[in-house]
Design a protein around this ligand. Structure first.
Ligand SMILES: Cc1cc2nc3c(=O)[nH]c(=O)nc-3n(C[C@H](O)[C@H](O)[C@H](O)COP(=O)(O)OP(=O)(O)OC[C@H]3O[C@@H](n4cnc5c(N)ncnc54)[C@H](O)[C@@H]3O)c2cc1C
Length: 1019
């Protein structure tokens, strides 16, 4: 329901006017019975400037000639004679400066008049302020045309002034298109300039009308099929235009149009009702117009006698009992007015449907100024600040209303407002969902876990923004707050956050123009933080710590609303595909903005939990005593609910919440019973001749693990919120399990948790189509096939995916792939059936939009795996790390993931959890190495004592212990940050832990540095 309110400026909102109303001239309605159906044959009206919108230049010429004793007609003759290259035409085409023009034109006029002609003063007259005033009837006509949904253009033969600025003394915002001959280098009557204008308007010649005062300009337009109107007398021309268009060009009231045929209301009973309510002395013709936007609660402007009113009614037809509650709006407006909140004054509520067909209410038409643009152009910094202050104060006034005294105690539910809103909008979003938006999924999971604790209950407006306020025309005083359809009782902070959204929105957004691209401080507008602080001060409350949550919630709500618009535009086919696509993109934009705030809030929660609750860590080191012994890090009660686990660093598996802890212990038992004992057999196989064939024991153990539910544990709950594919663990929870798996090189595969399958599966879950999932994801999840990921190339520094050079060229429904890749893990495994390939579809596009990812069956002709590469001498069979050539490999177009140009984005998404997994496996691996080391130094005797008692052995062990701990804590913190603040933190969180901190634990530093510098080649 809020959707229509947000997108279409609401009916109340339309009930605004400015001082303009005072100047409106009304025609008695009886003179013309306009019945405009709203679907004119015409879609655009094109105006000439001089002689149409502005006074005629020919008249100026005549007067000037008289004043300067120049033979009459001299100027006109110079203007029209002399062919294409006469000075006037060249000036119009921008080919002459004003000085050059005056010289040539003066010369031409002097020849015609046979005396010296001072044309400088003619040009001054032509551009004088008097000549630069648009005719008021034209201004009103333009407003009327646009109110009925037609486009407008000005098509002017104009010129550059001395200053170098073009002469166009018009308010450009009145036109959808402005065409200036001096800028385009062509002028009327050249047909190209009309075609240009039509193209920019996006209309056909027969859908447009052109007004000009020069016959030959009109003739050229008519030859193209444009309807023309000659302007000798502007008033007469507008009458002709009115009859073409079928609606009046006078009587404009801002934001209104003629009543739509399906929305008509019977005038006679309404007039009778008005006479009763307003008192018998109010009489006169009843003028009815409809506010332009929306179909929710139709709203009308009424002029009756000298009264200007607004009528708001329910729409016709069968309605849900709670929908379109005009009675509710009437009630809150009345109560708020009595409580001193500036709102339009309500006059009467009519619940009797027999009068005009549905219940309705009446209120005063409130005139004043509406600021549509949040950057407040045209005001100085002080004025802007004052406007924002006034808005802030009026919001406080609303939130301070005493519910009991105002009789509004039962206007809504008390408490848990945000929780209910999150549920409502989640439901609404699900009902209109068209495709999976990962950010929305994360928000749907994140928001309920971070709900504010103690919420106040006040009247909330629900759609509080600058353009819902009517200001005094002369100062920063709010005369009325409009648009109460979403009002209820709720958490007031949600109104403040909603009010601040504009600060983060881009300025070119049509749904709500934002301030993101503006320097607000320079403009004098308070920043969002200052604005919120101002609110707290006005309300006398301390700053709210979880402000970012409220911002995330506000953007989430808008995203959910826009998703509804998008869905409707798709199903109703109302919007063009471009418009539908753009509203779809806006959903993602809003969701991303919401997630940015969720991330900030995540950081805050994170920082707070480590500062406020220092963790006690009495632990004993892990030594091998038969089976691996458990560590005993004490963190928090294991019975903590799942969401608490996300907000706290869990140092020990004993701190894991119930289910994750059960899985951990089950995994541990499995490792002890089945995996460690099998290592020797598998290791022998790995160095045998048959090493490139998987050992059958692996498949046996996989079946066993699957049957015990120790399967696909890796998929983070944020990618799989419905736990359809994985175990529903958070990154932090899985980290502990991953560490355990890392203690044996064979373990990850046995639990179907090994790379690169894990990353590829996550990619398919997040970005795959249903068909792609069916074909590839399912067999991968079942452990039936394996896969590889082909990004790295020998020729380029592949640590930055934008460098990748492999080409992906589209050809008749296929993509043709060419490239040379190496270090492609898994490529040699005979079970590897899928390659996720990264290449460039558009090397000319923006740097991060050049790459795409494709699903390539490994048996596609043109793929050659030439050799396995080795890591410190190990080939890691049977998966291996392959060097591969792709030569004219053809895959169907539908094998692309997410679409062309989305490869980099996917690569980033793929890296997050995968990095954590690598790191934790390495931590587990290092723990194993350390345990072996400790065992060795106590059992090996040299020179009469165990190694442990020699030289620096103990110090070395202590150092390794400390380094593993550092790395482990770093990775766990990164995993927690991912859970609380989102994957983006990975960009600067965990990756460095991988290559530097961890390396020093188990590998020689020197080799590592060398390897690192050479990239993969260094291994
Ligand atoms: C065991 C193993 C398995 C792998 N598996 C896969 C796989 O399955 N699929 C796949 O596609 N790739 C795989 N790789 C390759 C790996 O992803 C790349 O090695 C890595 O991305 C680095 O790229 P590069 O080798 O081209 O090094 P380069 O990009 O040449 O980097 C060389 C060094 O320079 C540093 N460097 C680069 N740019 C900068 C800079 N601007 N500023 C400072 N330092 C910089 C790097 O950090 C690195 O230390 C694997 C590598 C190994 C070792």
């Amino acid at each position: 329901m809020g959707l229509r309110r947000f997108i279409q400026a609401s009916y109340f909102q339309c009930a605004r006017t400015s001082g303009i109303l005072k100047h409106v001239r009304y025609k008695p309605p009886s003179l013309v019975q306009w019945r405009y159906s709203g679907s004119s044959l015409y879609k655009a009206v094109i105006f000439d400037m001089g002689g149409v919108l502005l006074p005629s230049p020919y008249r100026v010429a005549v007067e000037w000639e008289v004043r300067n004793c120049i033979p009459p007609g001299t100027i006109k003759q110079a203007l029209i004679s002399g062919g294409e290259n006469r000075p006037w035409m060249r000036y119009m085409r921008g080919e002459l400066t004003s000085a050059e023009f005056l010289q040539e034109f003066g010369h031409q006029c002097s020849e015609i008049a046979n005396l010296s002609v001072p044309v400088d003063s003619f040009l001054s007259d032509l551009t004088s302020s008097q000549m630069s005033k648009q005719l008021p009837i034209m201004t009103e006509a333009l407003e009327c045309i646009r109110a009925e949904g037609l486009k407008t253009a000005v098509l002017s033969n104009n010129f550059y002034l001395h200053s170098g600025v073009s002469f166009l003394p018009l308010d450009r915002s009145q036109f959808d298109v402005v065409i200036e001959s001096c800028r385009e280098g062509i002028c009327k009557p050249d047909p190209r300039i009309y075609t240009l204008c039509l193209e920019r308007l996006g209309v056909q010649p027969k859908e447009s009308i052109f007004l000009d005062d020069i016959g030959q300009n009109l003739k050229a337009a008519a030859q193209l099929g444009i309807k023309t109107v000659k302007v000798d007398d502007p008033e007469a021309a507008l009458k002709e235009l009115e009859s073409c268009l079928g609606f009046p060009l006078q009587g404009f009231v801002p934001h209104t149009r003629l009543v739509r045929p399906t929305m008509e209301i019977p005038k006679d009973p309404l007039q009778k009702y008005l006479e009763e309510v307003l008192g018998g002395w109010t009489t006169g013709p009843l003028i009815l117009r409809q506010f332009s936007h929306g179909q929710s609660n139709p709203t009308y402007y009424i002029k009756f006698g000298d009264r200007h009113l607004v009528l708001r009614k329910k729409p016709p037809g069968n309605l849900l009992p709670t929908a379109h509650a005009v009675e509710r709006e009437y009630r809150v407006l009345k109560a708020l007015a009595e409580a001193g909140v500036p709102v339009p004054k309500v006059l009467a509520l009519c619940e009797d449907s027999s009068i005009i067909g549905t219940p309705f209410y009446l209120m005063e038409y409130c005139s004043g100024h509406i600021y549509k643009d949040v950057s407040l152009p045209g005001l100085d910094p002080g004025q802007r600040r004052a406007i924002y202050m006034a808005m802030n104060k009026v919001l406080c006034k609303i939130h301070r209303v005493d519910l009991k005294a105002a009789g509004l105690e039962d206007y809504g539910k008390h408490g848990n407002y945000v929780q209910r809103q999150v549920q409502t909008w989640t439901k609404q979003y699900r009902a209109t969902e068209t495709h999976t938006i990962p950010t929305m999924e994360r928000l749907i999971e994140w928001l309920p876990l971070h709900l504010p604790g103690n919420q106040k209950t006040t009247v909330v407006h629900g759609d509080f923004r600058l353009d819902n306020l009517i200001f005094h025309p002369e100062g920063p005083e709010v005369l009325a707050v409009l648009d109460w359809e979403l009002s209820t009782l709720g958490d007031p902070i949600s109104d403040v956050a909603y009010n601040c959204m504009a600060h983060y929105m881009p300025s070119d957004l049509d749904i709500l123009k934002g301030l993101k691209d503006c320097d607000v401080t320079e403009l004098g507008i308070p920043t969002a933080e200052e604005y919120f602080q101002m609110y707290c001060e006005h309300m006398g409350i301390p700053p709210i710590e979880n402000w970012n949550f409220y911002m995330a919630f506000s953007f989430f709500r808008v995203a959910a609303i826009l998703q509804g618009v998008y869905k409707r535009s798709l199903t109703a086919g109302q919007a063009s595909s471009a418009a539908a696509e753009s509203s779809g993109k806006q959903v993602e934009l809003m969701a991303n903005l919401a997630w940015d705030f969720a991330t900030k809030e995540g950081f805050r929660v994170f920082k707070e939990c480590s500062a406020a609750k220092p963790l006690a860590r009495p632990y004993s080191t892990w030594t091998r005593n038969g089976a691996f012994s458990r560590r005993n890090y004490v963190t928090m009660a294991p019975s903590s609910p799942a969401h608490i686990s996300k907000a706290h660093l869990i140092l020990s598996p004993d701190g894991l919440p119930g289910r994750a802890q059960d899985l951990y212990h089950k995994l541990r038992r499995f490792m002890e019973i089945h995996i460690y004992p099998a290592e020797q057999v598998l290791r022998v196989h790995q160095v045998s001749q048959s090493r490139w064939t998987p050992h059958p024991l692996i498949e046996e153990l996989k079946d066993k693990a699957k049957s015990e539910g120790l399967w696909n544990l890796f998929l983070p709950v944020e990618s799989d919120p419905e736990v359809k594919y994985g175990a529903g663990l958070t990154n932090q929870e899985f980290s502990h399990l991953c560490e355990l798996m890392g203690t044996s090189l064979f373990a990850p595969e046995i639990f179907n948790c090994s790379p690169p399958d894990t990353g590829n599966m996550e990619v398919l879950v997040r970005y795959g189509t249903e068909e792609q999932k069916e074909r590839w994801l399912q067999p991968l999840l079942d452990g039936k096939i394996r896969s590889c990921f082909a990004m790295t190339e020998p020729q380029v520094a592949s640590s930055d995916a934008t460098n990748i050079e492999s080409s992906v060229v589209e050809e008749k429904g296929f993509y043709i792939l060419n490239g040379h890749k190496w270090w492609i893990s898994g490529a040699l495994d005979p079970r590897c059936q899928l390659c996720v390939f990264m290449g460039k579809t558009d090397p000319e596009a923006q740097r991060h939009k050049q790459q795409s990812m494709l699903l390539v069956p490994m048996d596609t002709p043109g793929i050659t795996v030439t050799r396995p590469l080795s890591v410190f001498g190990e080939e890691d069979p049977p998966a291996g790390h392959g060097e591969i050539f792709f030569e004219n490999v053809r895959v169907p177009k539908e094998n692309i993931l997410l679409g062309p140009g989305r490869g980099f984005e996917i690569a980033q998404g793929r890296l997050g959890p995968g990095r954590i997994h690598h790191c934790m496996r390495l931590v587990g691996y290092s723990e194993r190495a350390l345990a072996l080391m400790k065992e060795r130094v106590t059992s090996r005797v040299a020179f009469g004592k165990p190694l442990a008692e020699q030289g620096t052995i103990l110090e070395d062990i202590a150092k390794s212990r400390a380094e593993i701990e550092q790395a482990r804590l770093l990775v766990l913190k990164a995993a927690l940050l991912m859970d609380t603040a989102g994957n983006k933190v990975c960009v600067w969180g965990p990756p460095r832990a991988n290559s530097t901190s961890l390396s020093s634990c188990s590998r020689d530093r020197h080799d590592q540095n060398g390897g690192s510098i050479d990239g993969s080649a260094g291994y």
